[in-house]
Design a protein around this ligand. Structure first.
Ligand SMILES: Nc1ncnc2c1ncn2[C@@H]1O[C@H](COP(=O)(O)OS(=O)(=O)O)[C@@H](OP(=O)(O)O)[C@H]1O
Length: 411
């Protein structure tokens, strides 16, 4: 009798447990059982800023603006940056990258935090320099405006550009100007992004080969940004690396005056898609994955909100720092130490800073407008004080006593 009662009690207990479980299940189902990647990212879990980062600096893709962001981050966290050795200003480019192109690689070894100067990607050699858990990213730009930009910037140095009358004439029949014996000097004239990633920019664009390369890039890089959506790219970067908004605030660098931009005809635009078909396919693929990544992580609503915040902060800093509130032509840059490198037929713009800034603000503003070569050389002196300075043929930004103070004061 007692046994039967205890069996009944056990049955009732099991039924109750079952009901509790089922009600919990339905409740959860209504509320969604698992978190989407977006929810996971947005949850208030604190994250830690990634400080081991390699940026593949592609050409004419807004990469100097990204380099400036990276260099300021280096200073904020006092990181070690893999800089070009000796008098080099690029990491051996256009040669395929080798670890010994980095200053002091023999002593520092696989311990650099950041690498972002121009190089032709070579994963095994890059890994010799960068820490194990490094985050790899790069940036692509629509090949149509990119080729026009490249044409003007390399007009005097690239044979195919030099001997053609203008960009539209070049694109009407590129093979009239692009000779196979000049492949090496003509890299900027066809599929330059493909070349920067380490691949053959004259390869035949068959589907199998292209797919294999895209897979390879996906294996080597955690993130590919898109210059045509630069602000959106900065927000995605900030979220992915767990950086602050101020870490990705920038002033546009290395842009041209409007009168040195050539208008592409509709035919030329179409021709670029076939002449640079490797870059075109590369761009289409990663533009798609860029937007997929935004959807999966931040979502469009938060993206828009953060892009607006970024622009507001950028405007604030422009008002604080800049005399003219905008970039000015090379002849109007007052402090020649802040003159960006000039090339080809381009008039590369720079900035004038306000005169009334206190020392600390001045230093922040100077760093934001500092062109690639000057910043590379400055960090080189900071990091390798006993080596011979890089000679840029430009006046120094600071007098030697100011410089000594800069070098000895932490940021
Ligand atoms: N923030 C932002 N958004 C959009 N576009 C930008 C940005 N910053 C730079 N740029 C444009 O990028 C071009 C310069 O690219 P790079 O700095 O990569 O050139 S370089 O290879 O280092 O010489 C150059 O393009 P062109 O003006 O068409 O030549 C810059 O205007």
């Amino acid at each position: 009798m007692a046994r039967r009662r205890s069996e009944r009690q056990c049955l009732i207990f099991s039924l109750c447990l079952g009901l509790i479980f089922l009600s919990g299940f339905f409740h959860m189902k209504n509320k969604k059982i698992s978190k989407s990647p977006k929810e996971l990212l947005m949850s208030s879990m604190p994250c830690r800023a990634k400080t081991n980062v390699m940026f593949l600096k592609t050409h004419k893709t807004a990469s100097s603006t990204v380099l400036n962001i990276m260099f300021r981050f280096v200073e904020r966290y006092n990181l070690t940056v893999a800089l070009p050795a000796d008098q080099l200003v690029h990491l051996g480019y256009p040669k395929t990258f080798l670890a010994h192109f980095v200053e002091d690689f023999e002593t520092i070894g696989q311990n650099y935090n950041i690498m972002c100067n121009h190089l032709r990607f070579n994963p095994s050699e890059v890994r010799k320099v960068m820490a194990e858990n490094t985050f790899y990213f790069s940036i692509l730009r629509n090949p149509i405006p990119l080729l026009e930009s490249s044409y003007i910037y390399y007009k005097d140095t690239v044979p195919a550009f030099r001997i053609s009358k203008n960009v539209n004439v070049y694109l009407a029949s590129p093979l009239e100007y692009y000779y196979p014996e000049n492949y090496k000097q003509n890299i900027y004239a066809r599929n330059i992004m493909w070349f920067d990633f380490g691949y053959d920019n004259n390869a035949v664009a068959n589907e199998k080969y292209v797919q294999a390369v895209l897979k390879d890039i996906e294996k080597n890089f955690h993130l590919i940004l898109i210059a045509d959506y630069f602000d959106e790219s900065m927000i995605l970067l900030k979220h992915t690396l767990c950086w602050d908004l101020d870490d990705v605030i920038y002033f546009k660098l290395n842009s041209r005056s409007q009168d040195t931009v050539q208008t592409l005809t509709p035919e030329s635009k179409e021709r670029i898609k076939t002449w640079c078909s490797l870059d075109w396919k590369l761009y289409l693929h990663f533009n798609q994955s860029f937007w997929n990544r935004i959807e999966e992580t931040i979502g469009l609503t938060l993206l828009e909100k953060e892009v607006n915040l970024l622009r507001t902060r950028q405007k604030e800093l422009m008002e604080t720092c800049l005399l003219d509130q905008e970039a000015v032509g090379k002849d109007y840059i007052k402090d020649k130490a802040l003159l960006p490198f000039q090339s080809g037929s381009a008039n590369i713009l720079g900035y004038n800073l306000r005169q009334d800034l206190d020392n600390r603000t001045l230093r922040t503003c100077q760093k934001m407008v500092m062109p690639e070569l000057q910043y590379t050389s400055y960090l080189y002196s900071l990091q390798h004080p006993h080596k011979k300075r890089k000679r840029l043929g430009l006046p120094s930004l600071w007098t030697s006593s100011q410089e000594k103070m800069q070098l000895s004061t932490p940021n």
